[in-house]
Design a protein around this ligand. Structure first.
Ligand code: CA
Length: 229
């Protein structure tokens, strides 16, 4: 049974999330303030965290950043009450995998939870892709750079793994949202750009001049199989 940690200070929202998640077969845990949420994330080892942004004690961005700095790869879905684009992007940049804006539809939230929790559910064939310095071991769900295993979040891993499976094939942002995020409804393509930027910072020697994950201007992204960047 997958465990979802809800970090949210509005009791009414916690209750409706608890009810609906449990109805879908998830085990739930809850924290009503930021510090309690951070500690619960460390102690309970949840399969996904629903993380509110505005919290007493410590805000959602700082919790997310702290968990990532500690090397925790758990999927994090931010709940943001604000419409500002900057907030969504900031959430992703602090290491969240996804966000949903309040007020949200329960159906959409449950779909996002399910999509983000499918750990390793991409049908990755057991292939290893190697390219000078970079080694993507899809059989063992690991990516190595110069022999050192990279700390990737689940979504970052899913994305690189997906691109690696079809080298030099260019995917549009919409295709990546559909295939990697499992969105068959509306999605914000900015999510893809932010995740690509984060991946490059981890993978590339110089993220401004990538050699592995390439941009085809006006089209999308692809994994560079070899030869010229
Ligand atoms: Ca709040």
């Amino acid at each position: 049974m997958s465990k979802v940690l809800i970090v949210e200070d509005e009791q009414a929202i916690v209750e409706i999330l608890n009810f609906n998640l449990q109805k879908e077969g998830y085990e739930t845990a809850q924290a009503l303030d930021g510090l309690e949420g951070l500690n619960a994330a460390r102690e309970l080892d949840p399969d996904l965290i629903l993380l509110d942004v505005m919290l007493p004690g410590m805000n959602g961005f700082d919790i997310c950043r702290t968990l990532r700095e500690e090397g925790r790869t758990v999927p994090i879905l931010m709940l943001t009450a604000r419409e500002e684009e900057a907030d969504k992007v900031l959430g992703l940049e602090t290491g969240a995998d996804d966000y949903i804006t309040k007020p949200f539809s329960m159906r959409e939230l449950l779909a996002r939870v399910k999509a983000n929790i499918r750990r390793r559910a991409l049908d990755a064939p057991a292939v290893a892709a190697q390219k000078d310095g970079l080694y993507v071991d899809t059989a063992n769900y690991a990516v190595y750079k110069n022999g050192v295993k990279l700390d990737l979040t689940q979504k970052e891993y899913d994305l690189v793994c997906f691109l690696v499976q079809s080298p030099d094939k260019v995917y549009s942002r919409e295709e990546l949202l559909e295939k990697v995020w499992n969105y068959d409804y509306f999605g914000d393509t900015r999510t893809v750009d932010v995740m690509i930027r984060r991946l490059r910072e981890k993978l590339e020697d110089d993220s401004a001049n990538p050699r592995y994950i390439m941009t085809r201007r006006g089209v999308g992204y692809y994994f560079n199989a070899g030869g010229q960047a």
